[in-house]
Ligand binder design. Structure first.
Ligand code: SF4
Ligand code: SF4
Length: 326
């Protein structure tokens, strides 16, 4: 029976494809984007997280640790401790639930049981299941098995990928998915390395391959002030995206610091501490660059109003390129 490592199953998701969805997050990602809002999904192995605000400082975790942690200090055991075997004794001993193990092995039927619970919502909203990460292509057998199981149940499927995997496995997964959400961060290879720690060469080649074999691709671009929020970077991505034939939507995703607290809880350095979300003006500038290439770019709220306010009149042109103009 196929199984894989899952770090979250998010119900009632409305940001990972059309309609109401269940998003399954697979653990492990080869990229290390500085702004990642799911840092608990980066490491492929399980890890411990401690929610300080729930910790009573009782020290039960130290007492329970077979490594003799009780002798090394007071209060909660630090996470990512040298020698930790991830036995889970400290998690089980924690009376407040402050200490948790992130990542659990689940079988395909176990995941499907959770997905199928909300079938009624998918049918009413045009939603379905999205397999995300981390990078879902790091567990390709499990990914394909989940997609096939959803398809057998008639459930709309999407994968959310950064394209980090073999082209063969990406193609195999995409053939089982109704929609591919494809994350892009930068076109320039060196810039991409600075932002994510990895080359984007295979990512771009994989997207070009995908465009030849799949008819429904949404490109997703994070907009992170101080990292990738600049006009030249957007122009490069827009020019590349415009060469593809099957991009049915471009989502520009404004950075939000909602996941920042997780870094401390995981014992990781937070590189985006103090970074604010992009302004509506910044988002509107990005939207215009993609729209000028004729791409079906999606935005909302104030940024959309700003784009609309600059829309040419009927005498001046056919529209700004937003979906409503088409
Ligand atoms: S999971 Fe690690 S820190 Fe916790 S009890 Fe086991 S060895 Fe100790
Ligand atoms: S057992 Fe839980 S509540 Fe007690 S010190 Fe450890 S993490 Fe905090």
């Amino acid at each position: 029976m196929r199984s894989g490592r899952v770090f979250n199953i998010q119900k009632y998701s409305i940001h990972d494809g059309p309609g109401i969805r269940t998003t399954v997050f697979l653990k492990g990602c080869p990229l290390s984007c500085a702004w990642c809002h799911n840092p608990e999904g980066i490491a492929p192995e399980r890890e411990i997280i401690v929610a300080d605000h729930r910790c009573a400082g009782c020290g039960e975790c130290r007492t329970a640790c077979p490594l003799g942690g009780s002798q090394a200090g007071e209060g909660p055991l630090p996470v990512r401790r040298d020698g930790c075997t991830l036995c889970g004794a400290c998690v089980n001993a924690c009376p407040s639930g402050a200490r948790q193990m992130i990542g659990r092995v689940m079988t395909v039927p176990e995941v499907m049981e959770e997905i199928l619970e909300d079938r009624i919502f998918y049918e009413e909203s045009g939603g379905g299941a999205t397999i995300s990460g981390g990078e879902p292509l790091m567990q390709p057998d499990f990914l394909e098995a989940l997609l096939a199981a959803c398809r057998a149940e008639g459930i709309h499927t999407a994968i959310d990928t950064a394209g980090c995997g073999s082209p063969e496995r990406l193609r195999a997964a995409a053939e089982l998915a109704d929609l591919v959400l494809y994350d892009l961060k930068a076109l320039d290879e060196e810039r991409h390395r600075q932002l994510t720690g990895a080359s984007n060469r295979s990512i771009l080649e994989n997207l070009q391959m995908l465009d030849r074999v799949h008819g429904n691709i949404w490109i997703r671009v994070p907009v992170v002030p101080g990292f990738n929020a600049d006009l030249d970077l957007w122009r490069g991505l827009a020019a590349f995206a415009a060469t593809l034939r099957h991009v049915t939507r471009v989502d520009l995703l404004p950075f939000h610091p909602a996941g920042a607290h997780k870094y401390a809880r995981l014992g990781r350095a937070n590189l985006v501490g103090g970074i604010e979300p992009p302004t509506a003006e910044t988002m509107a500038a990005a939207v215009r660059i993609f729209a000028e290439r004729g791409l079906p770019v999606k935005t909302s709220g104030k940024a959309r109003e700003l784009v609309e306010s600059r829309k040419p009149s009927a005498q001046e042109g056919a529209g700004c390129g937003c979906p409503e103009d088409r």
